[in-house]
Ligand binder design. Structure first.
Ligand code: FES
Length: 163
């Protein structure tokens, strides 16, 4: 994460002295954006850089489910299975995706193309069932739409991920 320090320094100037711990979440988000997940070495680096207790960084990583501690596939399918989505067929969609990709929630395909996660409400209940693919919402899903999306994404997987 050392190459990100100049960026962090710009953010730090916006905070009063003594409030460096407020940078924990933004720094972790940037690290994950850069690496794809937050490694142990990133935690070490952030603890040293911000001067915060390690437990504070680990608590943030544990509490916020959007942070990842292990590498994932090129496309992270986060399928909501909360009430509105389930009432509109999310479980059938999840079963279908699991069967099609040959993985269950929490796993990554062997080609590192897809990671599948069953997640709680993503705040888009009016367009249920829905999921996120990386940072993008896909709404009013059904099985044909999922099949088309998986086929399209499979064809665009970055070469370095599929190797
Ligand atoms: S229940 Fe799925 S987005 Fe709210």
């Amino acid at each position: 994460m050392k190459h990100l320090i100049p960026e962090f320094e710009q953010w730090k100037r916006r905070y009063p002295a003594g409030f460096e711990s407020s940078l924990t979440i933004p720094c972790l988000r940037r690290i994950q954006e850069d690496r794809g997940y937050v490694a142990d070495s990133d935690i070490d680096g952030l603890v040293e850089y911000l001067g915060v207790p390690r437990i504070q960084v680990e608590e943030v990583l544990e509490f916020y489910t959007q942070f990842r501690r292990v590498p994932i596939g090129a496309f992270h399918l986060q399928v909501c299975h909360n009430v509105s989505c389930t009432m509109r067929g999310a479980e059938r969609i999840l079963d279908h995706v699991q069967a099609r990709l040959g993985i269950v929630s929490g796993q990554t395909t062997p080609d590192r193309c897809f990671t599948l996660s069953r997640v709680e409400c993503l705040g888009s209940c009016g367009t249920a069932p829905m999921m996120m693919v990386n940072d993008t919402y896909h709404e009013n899903l059904d099985i044909p739409k999922m099949d088309a999306m998986i086929a399209e994404l499979s064809a665009t997987v970055p070469a370095e991920r599929a190797s």
